[in-house]
Design a protein around this ligand. Structure first.
Ligand SMILES: Cc1cc2nc3c(=O)[nH]c(=O)nc-3n(C[C@H](O)[C@H](O)[C@H](O)COP(=O)(O)O)c2cc1C
Length: 461
């Protein structure tokens, strides 16, 4: 088979994610996000479409930069109201066998000791179908709500993240031996104390003596996803990530970004092919081009400019309402995310005015990344070409109408990709890491930095 395309569905445990304003569409069902059955149905749909994973984004604050107010975000459900992504996973795992779940957790406001236990629990309950999307968080009010005086600076957050991962690796990889739990009734020993190790971590940000509270799960360390694309974010991805979300306005820049992360990983002694690369995708599919374009016009009429600008404000730190609309938007580094603003400044060929940037962000068919509008054949052509020509491994599929757009993708685009031999007809056996990297690859490879924290015990399970 030609290189298979890996698919994640991009979602959030919230009333709205990035389909700004489309909560108003009569077919949108995502206001049922508070019901377990809604998520169970979503998981069944994605498994029917042989998706690799449901990717659950998360933020722990409100988008309140635009107009210096939280009102635009609250009014239009811009990632608020928002529930905890981890808590819906067991319900979805119980109605599926192969679909995996990538859950976003911030290293800035969580603690590695509690986090490691939560993810071991999820890995147990899903039989190894768990990934962790590591984020450092970009909303200043998240810092205030977690008791800090102000947000930690952009690059410093990645320093905390590096140490957070070190602690988590020690707990996941180096604390409990595979043979620690013996349940030996004759000797009266449930677990062998000599096989459960403290980690005695003392660092700049964390002190964790251990041991880990949970016994080892199938993958030990969950599959690691990462999506930061600043200089510091890419260095972090090259060191830790197994799945990376890369951006790029063109095929050339996508290819260059992918190559850059692979090169950086290689310099750190990792196998560059042990990292899977994904990019975002949004599709409007129709039986004919005209049908797809009619849907686009309908959705574009409901798109909320205010919501899109609120999302941009929080993720970039730029309040575009406060700029002179006729001035050119200049890049300036902020302590929010650094890649969002770069998209409209550093990464465009001709400079854009503030008004033009607002127009792009505020209009569905102008600036929403990879939005494909067409027949399933056209969409499959595009996906195949991107994968063949850039080194990409797959996509993170957003959806304008939920779950309708996903259902259309599953019923129309997936069969077309399958006919072309570039999409799985059925799942591989095993954990998520095995499904992505091959049979027997249940644990992180020896070249990954987590491996150095393994003690001298055999991994036998
Ligand atoms: C596909 C994708 C998904 C992301 N999901 C989240 C998320 O759920 N939560 C979050 O805080 N940041 C998320 N981000 C943002 C990045 O993780 C990162 O914080 C942001 O790009 C800023 O970091 P940077 O300045 O290194 O790029 C996502 C980015 C991308 C491209």
């Amino acid at each position: 088979m030609a290189k298979r395309i890996i698919m994640n569905a991009f979602d959030m445990n919230s009333a709205m994610h990035n389909s700004h304003g489309l909560w108003k569409h009569p077919d949108n069902e995502r206001h049922h996000y508070t019901d377990l059955e809604y998520w169970a149905e979503m998981a069944r749909l994605l498994e029917r479409g042989k998706f690799d994973a449901l990717f659950l984004a998360d933020v722990v604050g409100i988008y309140d930069v635009y107009k210096a107010s939280a009102d635009p975000a609250i009014r239009d459900a811009v990632q608020v109201p928002l529930n905890d992504p981890a808590l819906i996973v067991p319900a979805m795992a119980s109605v599926t066998e192969n679909l995996s779940f990538a859950v976003t957790v911030t290293t800035t406001y969580e603690h590695p000791y509690a986090h490691a236990r939560r993810f071991t629990t999820l890995d147990h309950l899903t039989n190894g179908r768990i990934a962790w999307n590591v984020v450092t968080s970009y909303l200043p009010n998240a810092a205030l709500n977690h008791g800090l005086d102000k947000m930690i600076k952009h690059d410093d957050r990645y320093e905390v993240a590096d140490e957070f991962l070190e602690v988590a690796y020690k707990l996941w990889e180096g604390s409990w031996e595979d043979e620690a739990v013996v349940r030996d009734i004759a000797r009266g020993v449930y677990a062998e104390p000599a096989k459960v190790h403290r980690i005695d971590h003392e660092g700049r940000f964390f002190r964790v003596p251990g041991p880990h509270l949970s016994e080892p799960s199938l993958q030990r360390t969950p599959v690691l996803y990462q999506a930061g694309s600043s200089e510091r974010g890419r260095a972090f991805a090259a060191k830790h990530a197994e799945c990376v979300f890369v951006g790029g306005n063109s095929k050339e820049s996508l290819k260059a970004n992918i190559q850059d992360i692979r090169n950086k990983a290689e310099q750190l002694g990792r196998d560059p092919q042990s990292i899977k690369m994904f990019t975002g995708l949004n599709v409007i599919v129709g039986e004919t081009q005209e049908e797809a374009e009619a849907k686009l016009r309908e959705y574009a009429g409901m798109w909320s400019r205010e919501a899109a600008l609120a999302q941009f404000g929080g993720s970039s730190g730029y309040d575009l309402s406060a700029y002179d609309p006729d001035s050119y938007l200049e890049y300036r580094a902020t302590d929010h995310g650094q890649s969002r603003a770069a998209q409209y400044t550093k990464q465009v060929q001709n400079r854009l005015t503030v008004k033009e940037v607002m127009e792009r962000i505020g209009t569905l068919d102008k600036g929403q990344g990879r939005l494909l509008v067409g027949t399933s054949e056209q969409i499959a052509d595009y996906m195949q070409e991107q994968v063949e020509e850039t080194g990409l491994d797959g996509f993170n599929l957003a959806h304008l109408i939920t779950p309708g757009s996903l259902r259309e993708f599953v019923d129309q685009v997936v069969p077309e990709l399958q006919r072309r031999g570039v999409y799985q007809l059925d799942y591989e056996a095993g954990t998520l890491r095995e499904k992505l990297f091959g049979s027997g690859k249940r644990l992180l490879p020896a070249s990954h930095p987590a491996a150095q924290y393994r003690r001298n015990f055999e991994y036998t399970r």
